[in-house]
Design a binder for this molecule. Structure first.
Ligand code: NAD
Ligand code: IPM
Ligand code: MN
Length: 367
């Protein structure tokens, strides 16, 4: 069965890095027989400019029917010209919610070749290999009431609500505990149970599911502020980290420093499996549209390419091909391939395209 992959390049560096991820996936279609059919669709600012809507009906229909999405990035200055209602229609949050992709995997490993690119000491990051399971469809991003309201005295107040139901916590906890079993059997659950009711409930539900269903996994609880510190101090102490939507956003960017650049980090957002065991999925690098470097052909495509590896692992269910791609990234880095964000002073720097070429050359060279 050919898998239908909807490609949404988006804004800024999104199209630059997504083109390279698609080129790498084309290699797997041509050389390894992975059955993917990729089609690009317009949405967001580009579609607003071309068609006066941020989400054409056919794009939304394609998103909802796809086996997976390969997403670049959103965020452009001209978005401010787009009416709020239209911005919401074409938003990444609407896609995440619409697909119900609640489990957001954000793996982070310290690539040995990049030890000196990290702002942390090589001995601190060496061997770090952790994965966030960020809850992606609830919490502060979606809680109600929300909005900007005018108060009795005429001044305004912005309102967002941090809310989690037991069911929302339970499903992401089960996912993370199950994932820990396939790795080093260790889960850190991160919350602010000391300050927030939603955090206290988070801790209670994770503890109960662990005790009832996953007692073989080692579980620790950690407050979110301490987790931010430990990610820099001792990243090797983590295996799987489960946390809410907002903390997961912040903490995964913190972990970006382990390799020295956000451009290295991929993600996969997954739904619950359907009756046939298939999950809906959205793959994207964790970085944004990077307006400071967009249009120059210098963005690091490895976060997008490693997101393609996650697609091979989770949607194509081809773990050997995913391993092959991750090994090719490692070989390209070991061979000295560097984009500007991960290069040391004086090291030769590759363009976005040339970095992807180095990965494809490593794929061609591998046995
Ligand atoms: P950003 O992730 O775009 O950039 C943060 C820093 O990392 C910048 O210095 C940038 O140059 C660098 N960087 C990011 N990707 C890189 C890459 N591939 N190669 C090399 N360097 C890279 O975050 P920001 O600047 O805070 O946000 C810019 C816009 O992107 C905003 O509109 C924001 O809302 C949006 N955003 C979108 C996503 C997404 O689409 N998933 C994620 C984060 C931010
Ligand atoms: C991310 C981004 C998004 C988020 C934005 C663009 C909505 O920062 O994927 O990490 O906050 O979830
Ligand atoms: Mn983010």
């Amino acid at each position: 069965m050919t898998l239908d992959i909807v490609v949404l390049p988006g804004d800024g560096v999104g199209p630059e890095v997504t083109d390279e991820a698609v080129r790498v996936l084309d290699w797997f279609v041509a050389k390894r027989g992975v059955p993917l059919r990729m089609t690009r669709h317009l949405f967001g600012s580009a579609s607003w400019t071309a068609q006066g809507t941020t989400m054409p009906d056919e794009t939304w229909a394609a998103i909802m029917a796809a086996d997976a999405l390969l997403f670049g990035a959103v965020g452009s200055l001209d978005q401010k010209q787009i009416p709020a209602e239209e911005r919401r229609k074409g938003s990444l949050l609407r896609m995440r919610k619409g697909l119900d992709v609640f489990a957001n995997l954000r793996p982070v490993r310290a690539w040995p070749a990049l030890a000196e690119s990290s702002p942390f000491k090589a001995r601190t990051v060496a061997g770090a290999d952790l994965i966030f399971v960020r809850e992606l469809t609830a919490g502060m991003y979606f809680g109600t009431p929300r909005g900007i309201e005018t108060q009795a005295d005429g001044t305004r107040r912005g309102v967002n609500t941090h809310t989690y139901t037991e069911a929302e916590i339970a499903r992401v906890a089960r996912f993370a505990l199950g994932l820990a079993r396939t790795r080093r059997n260790h889960l850190t659950s991160v919350d602010k149970a000391n300050v927030m009711e939603a955090g206290a409930l988070w801790r209670e539900v994770v503890t109960a599911i662990h005790a009832a269903e996953f007692p073989d996994v080692t579980l620790e609880h950690m407050l979110a502020d301490n987790c931010a510190l430990q990610l820099g101090r001792a990243p090797t102490r983590f295996d799987v980290i489960v946390t809410d939507n907002l903390f997961g956003d912040l903490l995964s960017d913190c972990a970006g420093a382990i390799n020295g650049s956000l451009g290295m980090l991929p993600s996969a957002a997954l739904s619950a499996p359907d009756a046939n065991g298939r999950r809906r999925a959205l793959y994207e690098p964790i970085h944004g549209s990077a307006p400071d470097i967009a249009g120059k052909g210098i963005a690091n495509p490895l976060g997008a390419i490693l997101s393609a590896a996650l697609l091979l692992r989770w949607t194509a269910q081809a773990p050997a091909e995913a391993d092959r791609l991750e090994a090719a990234v490692e070989a390209a880095l070991a061979g000295g391939a560097r984009t500007a964000d991960i290069a040391l002073p004086g090291e030769p720097v590759l363009s976005t395209r040339a970095m992807a070429d180095a990965v494809i050359a490593a794929l061609d060279a591998a046995p």
